[in-house]
Design a protein around this ligand. Structure first.
Ligand code: ADP
Ligand code: MG
Length: 226
């Protein structure tokens, strides 16, 4: 058994807009082990993205507890949360979220610079990861000059390059055709395994979920571990 790195307990989250309350998570519990690839599935609107944002400290639950290793994440202030994310987490989104005015290599360097790497080391690491994702020929391309699959590969390089312990991915291949999705997913899986990173990936694609080590389903605000 590998070590549990992330533990969410009794997470409750409701959205409120005026008098309208949308209950989303009701006593959601989850344990994630180091180096393990986890899928989160569930119907549209079931709370997958909400849970992922809470696990990544980008949103706060109404109640519940969240521990990363022994650290109580809900006790951190905003500044400490940012530092925690820069050191430990990588994010991949459905739409790449690359900065439009920056080249592939500059985009991948960004989290490294934020994490405190020197410019020279950041550039070297970015080149290494862009090569791992097969983008050595697109180093100076802007996002608009890359294909959809290339942009997701660059986003994966950006998420992985600072060696996060945990990668949070929300439909990372959801914007790609089936063939591209399966090759980008295979690359994501291979690289995160090699780096020993745990992954939590939201997907509506059952065949991708089945290629993960663990599958969690969100249903009626709870997390069911298959
Ligand atoms: P999923 O990712 O599984 O499709 P989400 O976590 O995005 O689901 O959303 C869960 C529910 O919460 C949905 O009913 C959605 O409309 C609602 N919701 C999500 N974000 C907000 C928000 N910022 N304000 C109000 N309601 C929201
Ligand atoms: Mg979602």
């Amino acid at each position: 058994m590998s070590k549990v790195i992330l533990k969410a307990q009794h997470i409750v989250k409701n959205y409120r807009e005026g008098k309208i309350q949308t209950p989303v998570l009701q006593d959601a519990n989850l344990e994630i082990s180091a180096g393990v690839m986890n899928a989160i599935i569930g119907r549209s609107g079931s709370g997958k993205s909400t849970l992922l944002h809470i696990l990544g400290t980008l949103d706060t639950p109404d109640s519940g507890q969240l521990f990363f290793e022994e650290q109580d994440l809900l006790k951190l202030n905003d500044k400490a949360k940012s530092a925690f994310r820069a050191k430990n987490l990588g994010f991949v989104y459905q739409f790449h979220h690359l900065l439009q005015d920056f080249t592939a290599v500059e985009n991948v360097m960004m989290p490294l610079l934020i994490a405190g790497y020197s410019k020279k080391d950041a550039q070297q690491r970015a080149l290494e990861y862009l090569s791992k994702v097969g983008l050595s020929h697109q180093l100076n391309a802007l996002p608009a000059e890359m294909s959809g699959g290339e942009r997701q590969r660059a986003a994966i390089a950006r998420a992985l390059c600072a060696h996060p312990k945990l990668i949070l991915a929300d439909e990372p291949t959801g914007n790609l055709d089936a063939q591209n999705a399966s090759s980008v997913f295979a690359l994501f899986k291979e690289l995160s395994r090699k780096d020993g990173a745990a992954v939590i990936m939201v997907t509506h694609d059952q065949s991708l979920a089945e290629q993960c080590d663990e599958i969690f389903t969100i249903k009626e605000g709870r997390v069911i571990h298959a």
